[in-house]
Design a protein around this ligand. Sequence first.
Ligand code: SF4
Length: 511
Amino acid sequence: MPDETAERGIGEPEEPPEQRTRTRPRKQPQLTRAGQPIDRRQRLRIPPHHVTKQTPHDRVHNWDEVYFGYTAGPAMFEAQRCIQCPAAPCIQVCPIDNDIPGALAFLELGKLADAAAVFRQTSEMPELCGRLCPQEALCEGSCVVGKNAKPVAIGKLEAFLGDWDRQQRGGFPIPQPDLETGQRVAIVGAGPAGLAVAEQMRAAGHDVTVFEAWPSAGGVLRYGIPNFKTAKDIVDEKAVALAAAGVEFHFETRVGVDIGWDELSQWDAVFLAHGASIGKRLGLEGERLAGIYSATEFLVRANLDNKVLPAALRSRPHVGRKVVVVGGGDTSMDCVRSALRLGADDVTLLYRRTENEMIGREEERRHAREEGVTFEYLTTPVRLIGKDGALVGIECVRMTLGEPDESGRRRPQPMPGSEFVIDCDAFVVAVGYDVGREVYGDSGIDISDWGEVIVDEHGRTSRPGVFAGGDNVIGADLVVTALRGAHDAIPAMLTYLEELQTERALAMAAG
Ligand code: SF4
């Protein structure tokens, strides 16, 4: 398959041009054929095949994904860079144990369906993890090739294979149970953990009902991650495949409010996957002024169509000319970049420590800088200034770093007398998320002081038949760690349901 994006000449390469010129081969190496593998030294000499992406100038004027993604030819060459090391540290650090060398061995031979199948064995959504995992801290960070060169582009190859596979099939694979058990499983939350459990429970033949507070499926995939990182049609396709398999979705239904635990206990097993979506507040005076947004409200109103939003959120946020965002993670980068796409001229990020202490991805910060965001490190807001009920400015103070705190990062301390005011029209608070507690109601389920569900290593809660996984167990984290939580619970749920069925059969036989 030709490299269409390269032929069209659109986009910009991942690396600066001078580096591209140095590493680009005069002649592409021949593809391997089964039984004739190129050796390890040859593989190490293959230069990286970069993925093209939109230029910063282009991309701030649209909401499309930044990366164009691989096409088959370059993906096969990139896969040849994997040296198939026996220890495979990439598998060990992948939270869901993806067999990366196994998939890439098929990919380099052009066996794309087989390669995609390897990823689908351990992941319900490789095209999403390939886009969203912080690979530099996971699979690619451990890649042996990466010790002396750029690591194999595992994430983008995984995303390519997932996309290719869906295009061939016309969507995600639809779970096909061999038998129907008649047992019922309720899932609270249609985010990545909830969807993964729904898929596996349905594949095992159970009737699955998903209760979701938002009007559509996806959780953080739809209501947290902006379109320029993940196109929402992938999330739509996932929900369509599950619905086609018979999974029943009840949207705009809040467990603990619209449906209680009396009703929920009519299901044979329950999986809690309500995530961590309550935005933390700063507790500053003036936080209710017009023009101040939580990160979630800002992102959903900026990124999503009205048809997947509740009535109260069906309008774009007003950004005016100047926008300030506070926070240091990937969500804050999503907010500053969304503000630019909404038309703000001047977007500033405030962070109370330095870039070294930031917890998000370096790539996200680089993209934000390229697009024109100003970073104010060692700076924190202390007062929100309003006029006629609307925000007009933020008083900030400069910080200095003291001794490390419990997180191991140096504790920021205000510098007396360093206060200053930034004029702005909108302010977005992106300082983290808490777990909502309304779901628990009178369930009696043990939770931590922070509202996280307490589970054992198999995702079992303190209430028999109720399991949990994802952000509502470990706090706001990654899509792939949510899948890990789901995968931990699935075998225990299946065993529980089987034992329940046996107990009922024995009881019926006895009486
Ligand atoms: Fe890497 Fe994430 Fe894919 Fe695992 S799921 S191989 S960590 S991108």
